[in-house]
Design a protein around this ligand. Structure first.
Ligand code: MRU
Length: 354
């Protein structure tokens, strides 16, 4: 185990802006090594998002904004319009890295809107970098508010199941679904957690089990195939997961396998909650138009370096699935918890915030 493993602490940020560089934890190395990578080129950030060095909807949203912050520094533009045009090109490259989580496009658009209010190269540089830093700070505040709102849904001695990693490592810090679990404990309730392994690339075992164990939670790891067993045998009281995109009808797009967990929860009468910030809600796209990222077959034919399938086999490897609203007991946001009918409650949530 890497020496630095011992030095991990709760003030650690998954991604941050330091001395005009982007610093992030290389999540592909966890849990064996805590390695930080440092980038000064937005193309490196794009590569990091694509290769899951940084992953999780809010974390890639913030990484995108820091990518644009590097792009403003890298640009040789001498006029406002030239700089905006360079930023548009960088935005497109960053945007094309991963299609499903809306937070990436949301963050990039927000930065572009602010950039366009600048009159000079200098002013745009300042605006882009300060806005991106502010958005990263706000991510933590939002997660804490969401955690507080969600904590009332959980009881003392609950065992909570979660899928994938919607924790500190999927955000700047604290987490969405794991933020709710953290806040529940902070409110004085004693809770246990069951983390699913989350094949094919094991965000559950590598990241969720790692961060919860580190924080002293009673966490049990199960293979994804043991979800039904755990629920049928009374090992789980509630479920909370994160989301990559929620559309206005309440359809939730999240890590592959979420739909199975939600279906099993319904079968066993177990409340199934989704925790996500408003920036994950997409009011424009219809559920059937959301692009599900398909990832490379080698993630399925092996575990790490070890090959676990025959050569030349056909592979279907969707990274996300859709959970329909009828399986969802509530969506926890920083502005409150919404329940069915979602089209109505989500719309009210946004009206209240305008
Ligand atoms: O492919 P990943 O690891 O980026 O997928 C992450 C998830 O599906 C998370 O559950 C989701 O982004 C919510 S993170 C707060």
């Amino acid at each position: 185990m890497d020496e630095q493993y011992l030095k991990i602490n709760s003030s650690l940020r998954t991604v941050e802006w330091k001395n005009n560089k982007v610093v992030m934890i290389d999540q592909t190395k966890l849990p064996n090594k805590l390695v930080f990578v440092e980038y000064d080129d937005f193309q490196q950030v794009a590569h990091a998002i694509k290769t899951l060095i940084v992953r999780g909807a809010p974390a890639i949203g913030v990484s995108g904004t820091f990518g644009l912050s590097l792009a403003v520094l890298q640009s040789k533009a001498t006029s406002r319009n030239e700089l905006i045009s360079d930023l548009e090109k960088a935005k497109q490259i960053l945007f094309e890295t991963r299609p499903t989580a809306i937070n990436l496009g949301w963050g990039l658009e927000k930065i572009m809107t602010v950039a366009k209010t600048g009159d000079s190269v200098e002013q745009i540089r300042e605006l882009v970098i300060s806005t991106a830093k502010k958005m990263a700070d706000e991510d933590i505040e939002i997660n804490k508010a969401m955690g507080k709102n969600g904590s009332v849904l959980f009881d003392d001695n609950d065992t909570i199941m979660t899928h994938c990693n919607a924790g500190a490592l999927a955000t700047v810090a604290y987490g969405t679904a794991l933020g709710v679990i953290r806040a529940t404990r902070e409110s004085g309730k004693n809770v246990k957690v069951i983390a699913t392994e989350t094949r094919p690339i094991q965000q559950g075992s590598r990241l969720t089990a790692f961060e919860l164990k580190h924080d002293g939670f009673d966490v049990s790891l199960i293979p994804d195939t043991a979800v039904g067993y755990s629920m049928a045998n009374g090992l789980v009281n509630k479920v909370v997961v994160g989301a990559d995109r929620i559309v206005k009808t309440g359809h939730v797009f999240n890590k592959i396998g979420t739909y199975q967990v939600a279906t099993m929860a319904k079968q066993h009468g177990i409340p199934f909650y989704v925790a996500a910030p408003l920036s994950t809600i997409d009011l424009k796209t219809k559920a059937e138009d959301v692009i599900i990222e398909m990832r490379k077959g080698s993630e399925v034919t092996g575990i790490g370096e070890k090959k676990t399938a025959p050569d030349d086999i056909n592979i279907i490897n969707p990274a996300f699935d859709m959970t329909p609203p009828e399986l969802i007991s509530g969506i926890i946001t920083e502005k409150g918890v919404v329940t069915a009918p979602y089209e109505e409650s989500i719309s009210k949530l946004f009206q209240a915030n305008n």
